[in-house]
Design a protein around this ligand. Structure first.
Ligand SMILES: Nc1nc2c(c(=O)[nH]1)N[C@H]1C(S)=C(S)[C@@H](COP(=O)(O)OP(=O)(O)OC[C@H]3O[C@@H](n4cnc5c(=O)[nH]c(N)nc54)[C@H](O)[C@@H]3O)O[C@H]1N2
Ligand SMILES: Nc1nc2c(c(=O)[nH]1)N[C@H]1C(S)=C(S)[C@@H](COP(=O)(O)OP(=O)(O)OC[C@H]3O[C@@H](n4cnc5c(=O)[nH]c(N)nc54)[C@H](O)[C@@H]3O)O[C@H]1N2
Ligand SMILES: [Mo]
Length: 747
């Protein structure tokens, strides 16, 4: 069970941001969280006089470097973006040709946008009408513009709608598939893109292959295991195609029937054991429930180079194991960066003391559970040997067609790292020996000769050189409208000058206008996603065709609860008057196995009466994630030795709180934390800001005595996630850790 918090891959690259003439940033603070990457933003400013616009409820260090700043109310980016679209369409700043040729459903967006006048947007978002007009004009007129987002858009009940509307703004302006444009989502950990691609998720197989019998059979074949054996690993075969629990809500599976929780749907059994590898646990909302979940487990195993503070949070005395995992300095292998580029990481030192790298821990675990042979089967050669991590990388390259990892052989990846000085930082193009390749072979990298794709959806390049249209993923037509791109809109040098479907065994001869030999007909796979013979990809490259088709980007997703993104107030909104107008979703039963509340929570009462302050959480430059890694460093801990909350002096004054006083922060779930008040004008008087990197205290109690001898970090404190509110995204189940309510009192 796992989840990643990032949502969406970068279409372009950090270096490409230097090509932008305008940069609009929604809910990201790269000056703090991506300080090296932020250098590219500043270079765009130097090179092109690019304007930087920041939309954030908090005046951040990134905002301090921006030309324009909008202090938006948390959870109201949809009205803001529709407000931009309203002005864009009204003034004719949209790209008609791009929309007509390459987009589906923009008419519905245009209709919705009409409702969002600047004045209406101002009422909901708190951003003055003139400011919206000023920044939209600036952004639309300075082309190309790039749109950046990160966690400020995703950590909401409507997070997935936010992440749909942002690309729609770019589609409307024709900024997609262009250097200096695109949507650049700044991802989290160094390999979070790789973890997502490899499906550290509970609702897909690796490479985003959906849960279906067909996919399982493909993987059984690729993993060289018997399909029947695979099905027998499940309680009953139908469980193979059901989504698992997420990182956000596994505890509901432990606590079902043990009091006060949303019911779980888990084959009539509770979760009994938890194995944690590389997650801090205190980084997830509802810490009080998580503590109960941990306390009620039969077995808890934490595999981590540091003491995972889940072990400190729980009162469980027996059957809690801390396994010393090695760090990434003690192992090697491929790591996928935020822009879909891959790098080869080389081992620096042998694992220290008795620690083992993650793969060794998993190999040992699979031996104890009796499936080691099946686990490693696909990596073995004829003699039954394999070499880690090269053979694992080869298995990935052989199997994952959906995002085009075929070209990622270990030999090529190592060569890229050895020659990194032979690539241009902005275009990623290689020189000399590396000519014809882009740095890190950004996916899709269709064949072993393909050089990677630095900008997604760019039709100005041939497919061979990294060009492509949008993927044909959802059929050929919807309600009688073709889903394929219009005539004349194919990538450069394409044999078909217009839209075409995804390539299959049955249509390849017709679409590409070729004849396959008898031998090729025998070897070719059913479609491009399962064609391990690679005939489809090879033939497509010759014809300048993207194997996944050339279709329209969908502004309308007919399978989602909201076909086009719609504003819905957070579950805990400071504006109850707007809750009635923009209510949340109906409750969602069996959402990743857990009944999840939306309407019942939101309409229970006017939460803002008891909890009038907006609660925003985020990051500090010196600490990362759950924070144990860095709080265990004397020098990093010294920069923020105590848990605190940023509070506006006007609000503090009203509450009788002086700078440095301790305050209680209470949440609607009845939980509370005790933290130090820090005066700051970065927040307005109606909101407070908390970093989420602390642990070791719980609801006013110091748990320091629980750290094993010699492991207590230099800084401990309350976790913000003890008070972040109930609320989970309707599609991904990411917690609403950036839009909630609280009450602040002097302690
Ligand atoms: N130093 C450091 N660097 C890190 C990390 C770290 O912990 N420490 N973590 C890494 C990880 S895992 C990730 S995912 C990235 C995250 O990087 P970011 O997304 O930049 O991280 P945050 O600071 O959590 O959130 C960004 C901003 O969103 C704003 N925000 C909150 N709610 C809203 C809203 O409703 N609308 C808008 N427009 N903005 C909103 C917040 O005020 C905040 O300034 O950083 C990575 N880099
Ligand atoms: N309130 C609030 N909560 C949030 C967020 C927020 O903005 N606000 N952001 C969310 C986001 S985007 C994220 S990504 C999460 C991040 O939260 P976590 O994923 O909990 O982040 P880290 O602290 O980086 O946790 C990584 C753990 O892995 C361990 N580790 C490091 N290297 C290795 C290794 O090689 N092997 C193993 N086995 N372990 C290793 C570290 O010691 C650490 O305990 O927090 C989320 N929680
Ligand atoms: Mo993240």
């Amino acid at each position: 069970m796992a989840n990643t918090w990032g949502y969406g891959a970068m279409t372009n690259s950090l270096g490409d941001i230097q090509n932008a003439k305008a940069i609009i940033i929604f809910g990201a603070n790269p000056a703090v969280n991506h300080p090296v990457g932020f250098g590219h933003f500043l270079k765009a400013k130097e090179r092109n006089n690019a304007k930087i616009i920041v939309i954030d409820p908090v005046f951040t260090k990134t905002a301090a470097k921006a030309d324009h700043y909008c202090q938006i109310r948390p959870g109201t980016d949809i009205p803001f973006m529709y407000g931009m679209l309203n002005l864009i369409f009204k003034n004719g700043w949209h790209d008609d040709k791009f929309i007509n040729d390459r987009v589906y459903g923009m008419d519905l967006i245009k209709e919705e946008a009409k409702k969002w006048t600047p004045e209406k947007v101002a009422d909901i978002t708190g951003v003055p009408a003139e400011k919206l007009i000023q920044i939209t004009t600036l952004y639309a007129k300075n082309s190309p513009g790039t749109l950046i987002w990160a966690m400020g858009l995703t950590q909401h009940t409507i997070g997935s709608s936010n992440t749909r509307l942002a690309p729609i703004v770019q589609l409307a302006l024709g900024n997609m598939g262009r250097a200096g444009g695109g949507t650049n989502i700044l991802r989290g950990h160094d390999n979070v893109q790789g973890a997502t691609d490899m499906c550290c998720l509970s609702h897909t197989l690796p490479g985003y292959y959906g849960l279906s019998d067909g996919s399982w059979k493909y993987f059984a074949q690729q993993w060289k295991v018997d399909y029947g054996w695979l099905t027998r690993q499940f309680q009953a075969p139908e469980w193979m195609n059901k989504k698992g629990f997420t990182l956000a809500r596994w505890w509901a599976g432990v606590l079902d029937g043990k009091g006060g929780n949303d019911k779980s749907h888990n084959g009539k059994t509770n979760l009994k054991a938890l194995f944690v590898m590389g997650n801090g646990v205190t980084s997830v909302a509802q810490q009080a429930k998580i503590k109960e979940g941990l306390d009620n487990l039969e077995l808890l195993v934490l595999s981590d180079p540091f003491v995972n503070e889940a072990a400190i949070l729980t009162d469980k005395q027996d059957d809690v194991f801390i396994i010393p995992a090695a760090t990434q300095f003690e192992t090697s292998g491929s790591v996928t960066a935020t822009n879909r580029s891959v790098q080869w990481r080389t081992q620096v030192v042998e694992p220290l003391y008795e620690s083992k790298p993650d793969q060794e821990v998993l190999f040992e675990l699979s031996k104890r559970l009796g499936f080691y042979d099946q686990y490693v089967a696909a990596m073995k050669d004829e003699k039954g040997n394999f070499k880690w991590p090269e053979d694992a990388t080869r298995e990935i390259a052989r199997t994952i067609k959906t995002i085009g990892l075929t070209g990622w052989t270990p030999e090529r990846l190592k060569k890229h790292n050895e020659n990194w000085h032979m690539f241009d930082q902005v275009t990623l193009r290689g020189y000399g020996e590396m000519k014809g390749e882009y740095y890190g072979l950004p996916w899709p990298c269709w064949t072993e000769k393909h050089g990677g794709s630095p900008l997604l959806y760019n039709t100005n390049l041939s497919v061979k050189d990294g060009g492509m249209g949008f993927r044909n993923r959802f059929g050929l037509e919807h309600e009688g409208v073709s889903q394929l791109a219009a005539a004349g809109s194919a990538p450069k040098d394409s044999k078909v000058n217009g839209g075409y479907p995804e390539i299959t065994r049955d249509n390849i001869e017709e679409v590409l206008g070729i004849k396959l030999t008898e031998d090729e007909k025998k070897r070719i796979g059913k479609n491009w996603k399962v064609d391990t013979s690679n005939i489809i990809a090879e033939k497509c490259m010759e014809a300048g065709i993207a194997p996944y088709g050339n279709a329209r980007a969908r502004a309308r997703v007919w399978t989602f609860p909201d076909q086009i993104p719609m504003h819905r107030e957070p579950l805990h909104s400071p504006r109850f008057d707007l809750v009635k107008k923009y209510p949340t979703y109906a409750n969602k039963p069996d959402h990743y196995r857990v009944d999840t509340q939306y309407m019942s929570k939101q309409s229970q009462k006017d939460w803002s009466k008891e909890f009038p302050i907006n609660l925003v959480t985020g990051r500090l430059v010196n600490l990362n994630g759950a924070g144990m890694e860095n709080r265990a460093s004397k020098y990093l801990a010294a920069l923020s030795p105590e848990m605190f909350c940023d509070i506006n002096p006007d609000l503090a004054g009203k509450l009788g709180v002086r700078d440095g006083d301790m305050v209680w922060i209470h949440s609607p779930e009845g939980t509370k934390i005790k933290v130090k008040a820090k005066y700051s004008y970065s927040v307005s008087p109606d909101r407070v800001w908390l970093p989420f990197h602390f642990a070791g205290h719980f609801q006013g109690e110091d748990y320091s005595h629980k750290y094993p001898k010699g492991t207590k970090p230099y800084a401990v404190g309350e976790s913000a996630n003890t008070v972040t509110n109930y609320g989970y995204d309707i599609i991904t189940q990411i917690p609403e850790t950036k839009g909630g309510l609280c009450r602040v009192e002097r302690a």
